[in-house]
Design a protein around this ligand. Structure first.
Ligand code: CMP
Length: 211
């Protein structure tokens, strides 16, 4: 069976659409052809933590296939997004027959564990303000484009203060306060609704597109 035969038809999601909810049962995983997907968990009182922003070429939804548990997080399209799905049985057959595919999946999982460890260290040891700075640094590295002439990095899309707060694991008010301070210090500026980060960036050591 060719790789393409295992893939479902491309699925179009509009911005804001929930692809699946946390705790849903899952029998398919997804590969992103274009767009942006937010993986998040929400507390009972409604506070959301974004675990990852995934983009073109990334996959998600593999955990429920591998361990048979429910969806460990919610996945939602942050902008218009195109996905292809792979069913559990096809995924299993595909990685069993293809060491290169299996190795790619292991690499992806290893990268995620590395990023999750970084987030755990930050949540444990950094104050909320520092987490916001760290989030901007990382976002500028993974979802920012360099401005010509080395004048900082512009985020690829506008991020609301609420979205930045969900990435940093803090309140929107804290983000607002920190952004004001960073602007005074000359570390951020705005181009329309898009933020330009003028400080140091933090790039993923293994791949440039992960938060
Ligand atoms: P699954 O548990 O099936 O559904 C939610 C998906 O979100 C999960 O599979 C992973 O693909 C993805 N996911 C969960 N936690 C993280 C994380 N920390 N970083 C990146 N992706 C994650």
């Amino acid at each position: 069976m060719a790789a393409g035969d295992r893939l479902g038809v491309p699925q179009h999601c509009t911005a804001g659409e929930i692809i699946f909810h946390e705790t849903d049962p899952g029998d398919a995983m997804y590969v992103i052809l274009s767009g942006l997907v937010k993986v998040s968990r929400t507390t009972e009182d409604g506070r959301q933590k974004v675990l990852a922003l995934l983009a073109e070429g990334d996959f998600f939804g593999e955990m429920a296939l591998v361990d048979g548990g429910p969806r460990s997080a919610e996945a939602a399209a942050m902008e218009d997004t195109v996905l292809v799905s792979i069913r559990r049985k096809d995924f299993q057959e595909w990685i069993t027959a293809n060491p290169t595919v299996a190795w790619g999946v292991i690499q992806g999982l290893s990268r995620r564990l590395r990023a999750a460890n970084d987030q755990l260290m930050e949540a444990t040891f950094l104050a909320a303000q520092e987490r916001v700075v760290q989030t901007l640094r990382r976002l500028a590295g993974s979802h920012g484009e360099p401005l010509p002439g080395g004048g900082g990095r512009r985020l690829e899309r506008p991020f609301t203060q609420e979205e930045l707060a969900q990435l940093a694991g803090t309140a929107r008010e804290t983000v607002s306060r920190v952004l004001g301070r960073l602007q005074d210090m000359g570390l951020v500026r705005w181009e329309g609704r898009r933020l330009i980060w003028l400080g140091q960036t933090e790039e993923d050591p293994t791949e440039p597109r992960k938060v």
